[in-house]
Design a protein around this ligand. Structure first.
Ligand SMILES: NC(=O)c1ccc[n+]([C@@H]2O[C@H](COP(=O)([O-])OP(=O)(O)OC[C@H]3O[C@@H](n4cnc5c(N)ncnc54)[C@H](OP(=O)(O)O)[C@@H]3O)[C@@H](O)[C@H]2O)c1
Length: 226
């Protein structure tokens, strides 16, 4: 399509495909990972490759990522990782000086996958609000018009005290200790060292081919309940 002079110039691309194959870490399989990665990792790379041909006319390239990549999501390790690859692709393209944005959406209200499986109830319990269609479209419009700063944009209403009760990734640790919610009772900060050990355990537990010299990290995996 891009190579034909009688076709209109492509000014924007949006990648919004997804596949879910949720499971707790112990039940994750390579097959489930491949299902989810196909739509996101391979799909986004195909879009990026196509965009290289249309780079001159391209004003925006938006990939629909998820807060699962930002904060994690129980039972969705493969989905979180797949979305993180969209974020990485956006950073890669941005570093090349090309149009790119990865939007890490919270759960949309009234449309799409979040309306199924009690997703909105579960995310609300975790302190994450719904993205209304109006707010989502406004954010998307802003990004397409080049109004966003940066190539990775999270769009989600957050009730911070509630969120910090259940998740405190390293990049929020400083905020938790010194920010306005420093007094919130947070059970645990997952340190980078602990997260690294955890990842070793995740691979050992979910990928049959994986071998590691690390000691058994299973208790850690269960503890953080990824
Ligand atoms: N809805 C939300 O609350 C929410 C929150 C965070 C992030 N997101 C992201 O926003 C995007 C849209 O979400 P949605 O709720 O609108 O999803 P959706 O209704 O399930 O639509 C997903 C689409 O992806 C297509 N697809 C799946 N695998 C594909 C593949 N391998 N190649 C090409 N297309 C494929 C599906 O096509 P078929 O119908 O033909 O299967 C479907 O049209 C997704 O990337 C999702 O991860 C959504």
């Amino acid at each position: 399509m891009f190579g034909h002079s009688d076709t209109a110039a492509v000014s924007g691309l949006v990648h919004a495909a997804r596949m879910l194959a949720d499971a707790t870490l112990r039940n994750q399989t390579l097959q489930r990972c491949r299902q989810v990665m196909g739509a996101k990792v391979a799909g986004a790379w195909n879009v990026h490759s196509a965009a290289l041909i249309a780079e001159e006319s391209l004003e925006y390239l938006v990939m629909f990522s998820s807060t699962a990549a930002l904060l994690g999501s129980p039972g969705q390790a493969n989905y979180a990782a797949a979305n993180a690859s969209l974020d990485a692709t956006a950073h890669l393209r941005s570093g090349m000086g090309s149009a790119a944005a990865s939007m890490q959406w919270g759960a949309w209200a009234g449309a799409g996958m979040a309306t199924q499986h009690d997703t909105l109830t579960r995310t609300a319990a975790a302190g994450l609000g719904e993205v209304s269609v109006n707010v989502g479209m406004e954010a998307l419009g802003g990004v397409c018009c080049g109004q966003a700063l940066g190539s990775q944009i999270a769009v989600v209403p957050i009730r911070w005290p509630q969120l910090l009760l259940w998740v405190a990734p390293p990049f929020l640790a400083h905020f938790r200790l010194h920010g306005p919610f420093a007094d919130a009772k947070v059970p645990k900060v997952v340190t980078e060292e602990a997260a690294g050990t955890c990842v070793q355990g995740v691979l050992a537990a979910s990928v049959p081919e994986w071998t590691s010299n690390e000691s058994d990290a299973s208790p850690m995996i269960a503890e953080v309940a990824l």
